[in-house]
Ligand binder design. Sequence first.
Ligand code: SF4
Length: 100
Amino acid sequence: MNSTISRLPAPAIESYEWQFDGACRGADEAIFFSPEDERGSKRLAREAKAKEFCTVCPVVAACLEHALRVREPFGVWGGLNTRERNDLIASGSSRVRHAS
Ligand code: SF4
């Protein structure tokens, strides 16, 4: 059997400690996650507000890598909304391969 520990998940503290340095720490989660019925310009405005945090965030790369790796289905992560992350995944970008 060809087993390897490299495929095992890293300890949680290592996987998520970057979140302590996120620019959004302490911010209202509602800025990053949409209510079910949110559409159009309301959604765009909320996402733009969320992305303002991401623009100055020191852990934006780690955040996006996490979101790509676990295929986060909701919210703004690493400066991208769900559709933008899905587009990146569909493109086969090396950023996605690196995160997996
Ligand atoms: S990149 Fe954005 S969502 Fe991720 S930790 Fe930073 S501010 Fe928060």
